[in-house]
Design a protein around this ligand. Sequence first.
Ligand SMILES: C[S@@+](CC[C@H](N)C(=O)[O-])C[C@H]1O[C@@H](n2cnc3c(N)ncnc32)[C@H](O)[C@@H]1O
Length: 239
Amino acid sequence: MIDVMKLYWKLYAEWFSNEQLLSGFNNPVKDYSTESTGKIIDIGCGQSSYLLDFLDSNFELFAIDTDEMQLNYLSDRVKESGYEANRLNYSSNEFSSENFKDTFFDAIIISNLLHFFTKPNASDFISQIKQHCKTGTLISIIVHSEEHLTSKNEITSKSYFKSFYTKSDLHNMFPKSEYEYLYYAEKEKLPDAYETEFLKHWINELLRGIYDNKQIQKEQEKYFKKSRINSLELLVRKR
Ligand SMILES: C[S@@+](CC[C@H](N)C(=O)[O-])C[C@H]1O[C@@H](n2cnc3c(N)ncnc32)[C@H](O)[C@@H]1O
């Protein structure tokens, strides 16, 4: 993970308590699950609100993130919630079918991960995931949409974000013949007042000692011109 984002997630861990993450959190997997036991995996989990929301369930929970630092923050959050850190199974290996041979999940969560993959790689990744679905498995997916782009030039093979998605990309990955569509939303969100303070603080911490206050303020203003988040959210159930 690039240093700019390392600092972001460090500050995120400091600024957002578990209570804040879970207050008003919309967990469609919980809403639509017909099971009360089984296995739930969050891939690219970060400091997963989903897994925190499932701590008091009987599900076996799997947290996958290639950044160990994120898994450490998540395990701190688990302890803060009053559970043993090992309430979750953690792995910093990339998800692979090899590591989960013969394992079938009741729910698979992929939130804000696929923009790190090129579209062909995302399709390969989803194909691997599908090998771990059974009839009834829920898949919850959140991706940045093409509306998120301010300029197509932002995407190159070297850019931080590798792809942005359309509704038809999701339909191609999850054909309706194989998946029942339970929930679909297109969202556009600006940071709220607290998130704005958080983002200003992050930029300030990044640039302190490099720029003077006036330059930092200019950089913050520049950032907020592009801080809108456009996403697509989909919940499907394997037929
Ligand atoms: C934008 S964050 C999303 C965190 C969380 N899922 C959410 O929606 O708030 C993306 C996370 O994916 C992790 N990540 C990036 N590439 C990954 C990969 N190939 N496999 C697993 N995790 C990955 C990053 O370390 C980061 O914690």
